[in-house]
Ligand binder design. Structure first.
Ligand SMILES: NC(=O)c1ccc[n+]([C@@H]2O[C@H](COP(=O)([O-])OP(=O)(O)OC[C@H]3O[C@@H](n4cnc5c(N)ncnc54)[C@H](O)[C@@H]3O)[C@@H](O)[C@H]2O)c1
Length: 314
């Protein structure tokens, strides 16, 4: 039985990854600081779904203060914890991004190196690409983040790569492209669209709606993590994890309206600083090295997310 640690285990991706690890027979220690970036009740509900499991243990802990006691005895660490969100990463809030994305990652890396953890998987982000020179982006392209958030995710990723190169730590970084699906964070567009269509607050559309995103189903992101936890990868390797095709916000708005059966009410707003015009990835490397590719199409994934919104409202 593998001993697995999932950081950010109360969050959107981390909670579903922890559940998948339990499902495949691992013993799982979940760590989370339970930050209030969004409603903590959603995190508590994520944890409640895991807490009954006999092979699951939860520890509330700030990774920026250290990770030694958790790396000791761990076989695989999935480092999902972080401070997400592009728009909130300006001004003094940057301090939280530094602590939660950079300092916390450095503590995880030090401890995993000291305790000989067999594999560390880091949740990186498409935000490291910024507005790219060409699409779809591949892992060889020069990163040029466009938001403070992107800078801190890139710093975390580059720390991973250099710990791999300097110490031979077996670490892989996965660059997620806009994750959606059941359990999605309430600050994310798809979540707000469903809530707006179901009678909640009107959806604030920043910019023209022509901006394009490569949407990745959360189940596919979990599968990419499981693959990266087991595959033979070079220390410090980096992989795009994307849904395979980009869509405009206007297309997404129409699709959500179609699934709910009512148009989404929109409030047009100016573009937000830090928002890129397009994301879109080539995932050939993940397919070749990890044996992973996305399997859930956008409409199917959105239907699963719709069902989740309806169930939680009832
Ligand atoms: N959701 C996406 O579309 C997306 C895209 C690209 C990258 N990512 C990255 O994937 C990871 C997971 O994202 P998510 O959407 O599940 O976010 P999330 O906010 O739902 O989960 C992250 C969790 O990390 C915890 N955390 C933050 N700082 C911590 C610390 N210092 N110590 C312990 N726990 C801490 C938070 O409390 C939160 O529960 C993040 O690192 C994020 O940057 C997400």
């Amino acid at each position: 039985m593998r001993n697995v640690v999932v950081t950010g285990a109360a969050g959107f991706v981390g909670s579903q990854l922890a559940a998948a690890c339990l499902e495949q027979g691992d013993r799982v220690v979940g760590i989370d600081l339970m930050t209030d970036y969004y409603d903590v009740a959603q995190k508590e509900s994520n944890l409640a779904a895991l807490s009954g499991h006999e092979r699951f243990e939860f520890v509330r802990h700030d990774l920026a203060t250290g990770f030694d006691e958790f790396a000791d005895g761990a076989d695989v660490v999935f480092h999902q914890a972080g401070q997400p969100g592009v728009r909130a990463s300006w001004r003094n809030q940057f301090d939280e991004y530094l602590s939660r994305n950079v300092q916390a990652t450095q503590r995880v890396l030090e401890a995993c190196t000291q305790h000989g953890v067999e594999r560390l998987v880091y949740a990186s982000s498409s935000s490291i690409y910024g507005n790219a020179d060409r699409y779809p982006v591949d892992e060889e392209m020069r990163p040029k983040p466009y938001s403070p958030y992107g800078v801190t995710k890139l710093a975390g990723e580059q720390l991973c790569t250099l710990y791999g190169q300097n110490f031979g730590l077996s670490v892989a970084s996965l660059r997620y492209f806009t994750v959606y699906g059941p359990g999605q964070r309430p600050d994310m567009a798809t979540h707000r669209l469903f809530e707006a269509a179901l009678g909640g607050p009107v959806f604030p559309l920043f910019g023209s709606g022509e901006q394009r995103r490569d949407f990745t189903y959360v189940g596919d992101v979990v599968a990419a993590n499981l693959a990266a936890g087991a595959a033979d990868v070079a220390p410090g390797a980096v992989f795009n994890v994307a849904g395979g095709g980009d869509h405009s916000m206007l297309e997404l708005i129409d699709l959500v309206g179609e699934i709910v059966g009512t148009p989404v009410p929109i409030d047009h707003q100016d573009p937000e600083r830090g928002d890129v015009t397009r994301t879109g990835a080539n995932t050939d490397l993940a397919r070749t090295v990890l044996g992973w590719e996305p399997t859930t199409g956008l409409r199917t994934g959105l239907e699963h997310q719709h069902a989740w919104h309806v169930a939680r409202r009832n």
